[in-house]
Write a protein that binds this ligand. Structure first.
Ligand code: NCD
Ligand code: ZN
Length: 348
């Protein structure tokens, strides 16, 4: 462990973020725009963001929720359905509005009912994306009842992702929020057109954290956290500096009452303290020198974006940072991710 006490990095980007809409959008957007330069915005609203016109309107509402003292660029995505119009998508991409398309297998996660049921039905859209170089962000889990929830990602890679990449050569794919060593190994084994995002929480919790000593609804997210050996593989990938791995927080706010519930929603809210958590994780690996690659360089390079020319400084203090447990009001609030250890790194 080093004794470094400050680190200055390019302002980070978040390559997988849920900002929602309405009251939630207003509440959570400043927590991202405070620390991040840009974010890939997930389109799983109700109804989902399926057209360029919808993405344009959504972008406007996000921008109006950004405090005037912050500068933040939302990078918009379209929610892929079996009715997606390749021409609309191409226009959106060429105008610079659409940065990626998101594949949710139907039923995989929050608001994924309109997702794709038969993957071959979207091959024509994927072929167009390969032609124009537009990345596909993939929620990589199979959803059939016969597959154990802890195996969903590994089975998806073998039965859906690998055949899909072979069927549509040249398609640029981001495996979102990978949670397994299988995911890490798959990315490592394929040089071209493939990358993966890693969340903050999957670098910190394994499945015991969710279930041992009482159920912890605020650690429940999808894909669900796996065994410790998988978490260790994710930490190794994140801190390795390998350009194919980068941060996508998957910060996914749900109101506290819908998480602490007999049928609790999936999602961890990490926007508030992600950078403090990551500095801790990277320092433990003696890899603070790789933090900037993970948060601010690798993802921008994969997406073909200029690197941010702004900077943030993190300082390690003697006293733990005091983050609020929740954001919002007593009537409507979101519980902030608790890493389970004190956070000494503060964003200045
Ligand atoms: C996300 C959400 O709530 O929108 N939930 C989650 O557990 N990650 C959806 C998703 O990214 O799977
Ligand atoms: Zn997500």
């Amino acid at each position: 462990m080093t004794n470094q006490s400050t680190i200055t990095i390019r302002r980070p980007d978040d390559f997988h973020l849920h900002l929602r809409d309405g009251e939630m959008l207003k509440l959570v957007t400043p927590d991202s725009s405070r620390d991040f330069a840009r974010a890939i915005i997930m389109p799983n609203l109700v109804p989902p963001v399926t057209t360029t016109a919808m993405a344009e309107a959504y972008k406007e509402s996000i921008l109006s929720a950004v405090p005037s003292e912050h500068s933040f660029q939302p990078l918009m995505t379209l929610y892929l359905t079996e009715d997606t119009d390749p021409d609309d998508l191409e226009l959106g991409a060429k105008s610079g509005l659409i940065s990626a398309v998101k594949l949710y297998p139907a039923g995989a996660t929050t608001n994924s009912d309109s997702g794709v049921k038969t993957i071959s039905n979207v091959y024509p859209v994927l072929e167009r994306m390969a032609e124009i170089g537009l990345p596909l962000c993939v929620h990589g889990e199979v959803t059939t009842a016969d597959i154990d929830i802890f195996d969903r990602e590994a089975v998806f890679i073998e039965t859906v992702l690998d055949p899909l990449r072979k069927a549509v050569p040249g398609l640029r794919v981001v495996m979102e929020h990978i949670t397994t060593k299988n995911g890490v190994d798959y990315v490592r084994a394929h040089e071209k057109d493939l990358a993966a995002t890693l969340t903050t929480h999957h670098l910190i919790i394994n499945r015991n954290h969710i279930l041992v000593g009482g159920i912890k609804p605020h650690y429940y997210c999808l894909p669900v956290a796996k065994r410790e050996e998988h978490r260790l593989a994710l930490v190794e990938a994140a801190t390795s500096g390998d350009p194919r791995f980068f941060l996508g927080t998957d910060s996914a706010p749900h109101s506290t009452d819908t998480k602490e519930n007999a049928c609790g929603c999936a999602g961890c809210y990490t926007s508030v303290n992600t950078l403090s958590c990551l500095a801790h994780v990277f320092e433990e690996q003696n890899a603070l020198d790789k933090l900037e690659l993970f948060t601010s360089v690798n993802g921008a390079n994969f997406y073909g974006l200029p690197l941010s020319d702004q900077q943030v400084t993190l300082t390690k203090q003697n006293q733990p940072a005091s983050y609020l447990n929740t954001v919002g009001s007593s009537e409507f609030n979101v519980t902030v991710f608790d890493p389970g250890f004190p956070l000494y790194w503060h964003v200045d």
